[in-house]
Design a binder for this molecule. Structure first.
Ligand code: ZN
Length: 205
């Protein structure tokens, strides 16, 4: 059964899935044809209707045949434009937003520098951040590093801090408080830990 094998292999490659969970998902959707068509439709819609926010790198809607619009956070006039929280990925934005205490903007780097995984500064959205820092009106007053406590996260944080000192010299650079578990990713923290870490953020030494 070629179709089944292809489905199982494709599902098993997804993050967090292995052969056993792939089997469970496959049997679940195959048990009722409407589940399968619903899933296919949702995937196709996501592929065509979602893009990357040109400002922050968050997911954003892509109206047909038009450039991707600003994401809901960048487009929200109630949010403070002068405070930018730098995160590794979109999942980190979701984690921060669940806490509901942060009212500024984000910048998604798309990863952290990692010699092991061959990710250099050029692969990250650092140039876009420099552009934002240089052209922001009113100027950026604070850049919050929410990059996780790994060596890679810290190295990347220092790169961002250097950039802020160069491109927005009046802005302060803070980092989530060190209550964060060592090695933890931002998107794994529960809401209250993350809220506390944000409230007790520290100026970067
Ligand atoms: Zn955005």
């Amino acid at each position: 059964m070629q179709a089944l094998n292809t489905l199982l292999r494709t599902l098993a490659k997804l993050p967090g899935m292995g052969p056993r969970s792939a089997q469970r998902v496959a049997l679940h959707v195959l048990a009722e044809p409407s589940r399968l068509t619903g899933l296919v439709q949702a995937l196709a819609d996501a592929a065509t209707k979602l893009g990357t926010c040109p400002q922050c790198g968050n997911l954003a809607e892509k109206p047909e045949a038009e450039a991707t619009a600003l994401c809901p956070i960048c487009a929200n006039p109630a949010r403070a434009t002068g405070v930018i929280c730098v995160v590794e990925g979109v999942a980190d934005i979701w984690a921060m937003e669940k806490g509901g205490t942060f009212g500024g903007h984000y910048h998604v780097l798309g990863g952290v520098v990692s010699a092991l995984q061959g990710v250099g500064p050029a692969q990250l959205r650092l140039g876009q951040l420099a552009g934002r820092l240089q052209s922001a009106h009113p100027p950026v007053t604070e850049v919050i590093l929410a990059l996780g406590a790994s060596i890679e996260g810290q190295t990347t944080g220092h790169l961002v801090a250097e950039m802020v000192h160069r491109d927005a010299p009046k802005a302060i650079v803070t980092s989530l408080a060190k209550g964060m578990p060592v090695g933890a990713n931002v998107d794994y923290l529960d809401e209250s830990t993350l809220t506390l870490a944000l409230q007790h953020r520290q100026p970067l030494a």
